[in-house]
Design a binder for this molecule. Structure first.
Ligand SMILES: [Fe+2]
Length: 206
């Protein structure tokens, strides 16, 4: 793996400035969480740095760059959930443009928006690190941040509740993996705890 500075150079070339500032904060958040939860800090930093690298791309742009192995499933995501294309399609882009093949990094990037059931530690870290970036101006950030230092599963559950509620409140469709993420962590954590998290999140969003 290259050193941190060479990845920052690559990211600077490929990510527009405002998005790069967010990406660097997610990388730092990811690294801190990885240190706390004893996961690979370099992988967390790099996954955070490149998690949004495919933002503002499309199947057309991919083809122009020589990425031709776009599956039908991925094309359907672009059509039905355009906001999610950048995360689901990112592994192809990252492998082609950066030659990064590390599967745990690619998966952490892929699942950073919807989450899913049974995520790896790194997947949860990047899912959380992205959500708690202050640029989002979401009222639940400080509570989720607090949870992230206590228990990654509780923080993941809290984000799924917040995401689903926000999508419903703004009349948007919900990807099945967002639901899967919610249901998995709902079952995973203690009933009393999930009830408490749910009510704190909803109170804060209302
Ligand atoms: Fe992001």
């Amino acid at each position: 793996m290259k050193n941190k500075n060479s990845y920052i150079d690559i990211a600077t070339d490929l990510i527009p400035a405002p998005r790069l500032a967010h990406s660097k904060r997610v990388a730092e958040n990811g690294k801190e969480l990885a240190m706390h939860w004893k996961d690979n800090e370099d992988n967390a930093y790099l996954a955070g740095l490149i998690h949004d690298i495919a933002k503002n791309t499309s199947p057309e742009i991919y083809k122009k760059k020589g990425i031709t192995n776009i599956s039908k499933t991925l094309l359907a995501v672009f059509k039905d959930f355009p906001c999610l294309w950048h995360s689901f399609a990112a592994p192809l882009y990252i492998q082609h443009m950066l030659n990064i093949k590390n599967r745990s990094i690619l998966k952490a990037v892929k699942w950073h928006t919807t989450g899913r059931g049974n995520m790896s530690k790194l997947e949860k870290i990047i899912y959380i690190a992205d959500y708690i970036d202050p640029c989002r101006k979401i009222s639940t950030i400080s509570y989720v941040k607090e949870l992230a230092w206590e228990d990654l599963n509780s923080a993941t559950f809290a984000i799924s509740v917040s995401t689903i509620y926000t999508l419903l409140a703004t009349n948007r469709n919900i990807h099945p993996f967002t639901i899967q993420c919610h249901n998995y962590y709902y079952k995973f954590i203690e009933k009393k705890r999930s009830k408490e998290i749910c009510s704190r999140i909803l109170k804060s969003l209302n």
